[in-house]
Each structure stands twice: as structure tokens, then as C-alpha cells.
Design a protein around this ligand. Sequence first.
Ligand code: ZN
Length: 336
Amino acid sequence: MIYWLYAVHTGALLTVPATRVVLALDIGGTFFRIALADANGVILKQHKEPSNPELGPRATISRIKEEMQTLLSDVDRDSVLGLGIAVAGLVMPAPGILLTSPHMLKWYNTNFKEAFAREPGFPVWVGNDANLAVLGEHAFGAGKGIKDLVYLTVSTGIGAGVLIDGRLLLGSVGFAAELGHTTIDVNGPPCPCGSRGCLDIMASGTGIARMARERLRAGESSVLSDLSGGDPGKVTAVMVEQAARAGDRLAAEVMRTAMTNLGAGIVNIIHAFNPDTILIGGGVSKAGDLLFGPVREVVKERMMPDYRVNIAPAALGDNSGILGAVAHVVESTTGL
Ligand SMILES: [Zn+2]
């Protein structure tokens, strides 16, 4: 009795697990994470380990099922709303198929709904991780209550999710919102997707590192030569950001060019979807003002004058895939 009074008084009651829980899985080219969360997006338990994509889906899915059983060991199965799966790659949500993923080549055509149909034995939903992240930000993060919302992750690559009037934009088979592969420069460098000059290759962490490496190889001087031990191939986006902050001219110019490209891509997004808010997450967003400064400048310069948009940091960080999957299951089962 004393506990409950205390809990209500302090507001701690909000963190007491809701009666319904969701199992969520986030699979990428480096790690998989599996978590049990309540319907309010509070992660109750989780496990993370390398996804070893080079081994193919069979071994990893088997490991995931083992960890799933551990997470569910003391959970009433009737309280589980379902399993949500966020995958990095081109996903067909209806059949639950990961068609292709640049970081998980051996997972071509993996049917997750089929793989998890018997275990754990409750409904399964599958989506692209950045697509689902917009649902997570809308339900639990920086996009609460915003019905026209875009989420962009700027990391090794650029992924996106688009919410229009509160509904996730999927397209005819589920490949919508690949905004990283919209063209910024028709004559730009080749992109692994097969096109050229994509936003992804012009503004992602990979793009930042590529631009810095090219200039170092051309003989320009920069503190990045020391930071990379004299090997331009070892330059990373994080090094470029740090060098830019320390006042290095080449690094500052590369950051500015990449984030100006990002701003141009965002102007395209604004004109295509007229969102209320664009949330930016992913590793490169940790650059803060080095990202948001140039992006907001370009948007101010190039956006048609009658448009209005709020550009802000996303809130869920590394949990965006997991909580996106949770939001998707909660919305799909409760109609929220
Ligand atoms: Zn591309």
C-alpha cells in the first residue's frame, strides 16, 4: 500500500510495466537487438549481439529465437501483443520479406513472417528500420502528435520514414521513402544503388569520408592526414567532424559541402511531402550545429516562401528501430 502511494505521488507509476507487452527485433548489418517493451515504449529487457550477416539468415535467426525465449521466460504469453521486426534493407511488409540489403547480402529474399510463424507463436509485423522509426518518433519521441512527419537517419547511409496524415507511406509494395536514393547531382559519383549522385552518397557519413579522402589524395593538407596515420583510406566521418570543430579548413569545407547537399535533399522532401516537421537522427546528426546550421540555411534559401517546416533532432537514438517496431505492433493491434 505504501509502495503504491509512493509510486502515484512520484509519478513512478508511469514506469510500471503496462499489462500488454511487445517483442521487438532490430536487425542490421552489424548487430541484432531483441527487446521486450511495454505499450508505452518503455524497454523492459533487451539483448544485443553481432548479427554476423556473412553467415546468412539461418544461424542468426536461430540465435534470435533462443534469445527470444530467454526474454519471454517469465512473461505471460497472453500479455504479448506481437513481434515487430525492423530490418535495414528493402522490405515488403505485407508478406514480411526482406528483398535485399546492401549490408546483408546473404539475407536476400528472407521471409521473416515465415521464419517466426511458429515461434514465438503470436502475430509478426516486418518493416524497414527507418520506415518504422518514424512511427517510433511519432508515438514515443520528438514527433508526438505530429501527423505529417518525416524521419531521416543520416549515418553510414541515409534512410527515411514518411508519415502522412498519421499513416506510414509504404508505396505499392513497401519500398516508399528511400529518400537517400533521390538524386542531388546528376553527374555525381556512382552510388551502390546503381544510380549516381544520390543524397546518400553526397551527404551520409560514407559521403563525408569519401569527400575528405579524395581531397587528401589530391595532395591537400589537413590535420586529417595525422589523425588517419597518413592513410587517407582510414579517414572516417567522425574524424572529419572532430577536425572541423578544431578549425581544420579542409574538414570544415567537407562538412559544409555534405550538409549543404543534405539541405538540398531536405528541400526536395519538403516540396514533395509538405511535412510539419522533419526529424534527423543517425550518427552524423550528433554533429549538431555542423549539420543543422547549413541545413537550415539551405532550406531558408531554397524552400518556396509559402512553406513552413520545423527541422529538429530525433529523440530515440539507437532505440529508433526497436521502438519503431513496438509502435508498429501497438498501432496494428490496438488501432491507435
Ligand atoms: Zn543511391
